[in-house]
Write a protein that binds this ligand. Structure first.
Ligand SMILES: CC(C)(COP(=O)(O)OP(=O)(O)OC[C@H]1O[C@@H](n2cnc3c(N)ncnc32)[C@H](O)[C@@H]1OP(=O)(O)O)[C@@H](O)C(=O)NCCC(=O)NCCS
Length: 158
């Protein structure tokens, strides 16, 4: 399915926040996550996505069908990590396609546009964090050439 991919503008901000809420709810439901669903539509959530839309260090791309948003990808340039060899890197911060449009290469189109943005910024390494239970997304990322790097372990202290 050919969707149209565009850079988001501030007119899309509210829709992106709503899609982010859908993402957090889905991750909480399917992946036993602790995402705060109040954040997406909050002032702080709005400021977070606004920064990514307007600042050079961030990007938000939206996928549209018949002028209706069906998915988005938000990314940003990563802060340099002092303990790692210096290499320009960026990360996918959040990424979501409406369920009924999945497996139609909409995610692939958004990802391709993100890579073009990375190329324009001379980014050489990209990363993404996703719950270990999120098998569909992990399969998607592997298909795009990602390989395991870090493993985060958590424990509840009783
Ligand atoms: C991850 C996501 C954005 C992928 O979007 P999509 O439009 O469905 O992905 P595509 O159709 O471009 O998939 C491309 C390839 O990725 C792999 N893939 C994608 N979804 C898959 C799934 N559910 N199961 C197995 N492989 C999958 C396949 O190899 C697929 O190619 P194929 O259909 O020819 O086999 C989408 O599944 C989604 O929104 N998931 C919920 C939110 C989420 O988990 N976001 C990531 C959080 S970091």
């Amino acid at each position: 399915m050919e969707s149209e991919i565009k850079s988001a503008t501030l007119d899309d901000l509210n829709n992106i926040q709503k899609f982010n809420l859908l993402l957090l709810k889905e991750l909480n439901k399917n992946c036993n996550q602790t995402n705060n669903c109040d954040w997406s539509l909050s002032k702080k959530g709005g400021e977070y996505f606004k920064e990514r839309i307007i600042q050079n260090s961030g990007c938000v791309f939206i996928a549209l069908i018949n002028n209706k948003i069906i998915g988005y990808l938000a990314g940003s340039i990563q802060e340099k990590q002092y303990y790692r060899k210096t290499i320009n890197s960026a990360e996918i911060d959040s990424f979501f396609v409406l369920n009924k449009f999945r497996r139609k290469y909409v995610g692939s189109q958004l990802f391709k546009t993100f890579i073009q943005w990375c190329n324009s910024k001379r980014i050489k390494r990209i990363s993404v964090t996703t719950p270990y239970e999120n098998i569909p997304a992990i399969k998607f990322y592997r298909k795009q050439g990602f390989a395991d790097y870090d493993l985060i372990l958590e424990s509840i202290i009783k």
